[in-house]
Design a protein around this ligand. Structure first.
Ligand code: NAD
Length: 306
């Protein structure tokens, strides 16, 4: 199979000065893309800033024969990052929202600042940067967007309520960007990575840490951002050279009343609880219309018109 190339494409990777973002930027740079290496260069808790992280990755890409420019803005000012792409390269085709911080605390101890900062970087940063790129994508009838979620968001994780909430928020954001972008050939997908980085060095077991190289995830993200990839609105988990699709599913559920004029009793809910929560025939619904349609079918069954 011919190499998948990104010649002529301008790729913005936020938080590309380290970890996963660095691996993405290096891969895109090696496949012909012009890369905007954004990184605020602060600490893992969102403190400080420095140009060193982004500069080092730009140097690496250029040393390998690629083209890249550094950008040191915070993603909360995403429009400035997109402006860097336009100023330097005159266009933008791919946006990878990857920048991230942690402020882990058990739920009862989360301060407003711990909540706000984590939401600002992950959720608002992805919103601002994507919103700045979106009209450009629309005009050129092409765009690829990645949001970065986490298993912490999909399933929860002790000490990460602020981060979990922001990360699952990104799934909601991606779902709607995917719908609004589709007709303009703008596709938006979610990556759920697990990789060795400074964010996970004290979370992942040491033997696992060595195996979880960010470079093993980068090709999954790159494929999702290639013009030949038609995936849109999906959640893709990747780690250690494995990738799979995640989905929210719904059980077949149970009717909680027999006739349209009946009320629903608490006892009927209790009686049907095992059916309500039984996922053995669960379905993945693709649209809000599918969800509403299934509800209407239940109502028809109740009315005897189904
Ligand atoms: P990392 O700390 O190595 O990289 C994150 C980068 O983002 C850093 O270089 C940091 O300077 C930069 N950054 C932070 N705030 C920024 C801001 N406001 N503006 C611009 N840049 C900023 O961490 P990583 O593990 O590579 O994480 C990358 C992304 O993947 C994050 O969104 C993280 O939440 C997510 N993630 C990582 C894992 C994992 O296992 N490593 C798991 C799930 C999700």
């Amino acid at each position: 199979m011919a190499d998948l190339k990104f010649d002529g494409r301008v790729v913005v990777v936020t938080g590309a000065g380290a970890g996963l973002g660095r691996a993405y930027a290096l891969l895109f740079g090696s496949r012909g893309a012009k890369v905007v290496v954004n990184d605020l260069g602060g600490g893992r808790h969102g403190d400080g800033s420095s140009s060193n992280a982004a500069d080092a990755v730009v140097d690496e890409i250029v040393r390998n024969g690629g083209t890249a420019v550094a950008d040191y803005n915070s993603v909360v000012e995403g429009e400035k990052i997109i402006q860097t792409a336009l100023n330097k390269f005159g266009r933008v085709d791919v946006l990878i929202n990857n920048a991230g911080i942690l402020r882990d605390k058990s739920f009862a101890k989360i301060s407003d600042q711990d909540w706000d900062l984590v939401h600002a970087v992950h959720l608002k940063g992805s919103f601002k940067t994507t919103q700045a790129a979106f009209p450009i994508f629309k005009k050129q009838n092409y765009g690829r967007v990645i949001m970065t979620a986490s298993n912490s968001g999909l399933y929860g994780n002790f000490g990460q309520a602020n981060y979990s909430a922001a990360k699952l928020g990104l799934v909601g954001l991606a779902n709607t960007v995917a719908i609004e972008g589709r007709k303009y050939n703008i596709f938006c997908n979610v990556i759920v990575p697990t990789a060795a980085s400074r964010l996970t060095e004290d979370i992942l077991p040491p033997d696992l840490f060595a195996e979880l190289k960010p470079e093993l995830i980068a090709p999954v993200v790159a494929y999702l951002c290639h013009e030949s990839c038609q995936e849109n609105g999906s959640i893709i988990e990747a780690a250690a050279g494995w990738a799979g699709r995640c989905a929210i599913v719904r059980s077949n559920g149970a009717l909680l009343r027999q006739k349209p004029e009946d009320q629903v009793s608490i006892e009927a809910v209790k009686d049907n609880w095992s059916t309500i929560r039984n996922l053995s025939n669960a379905q993945k619904l693709d649209t809000i219309e599918d969800a509403t349609g299934a509800l209407m079918a239940s109502l028809d069954a109740l009315r005897g018109t189904g």
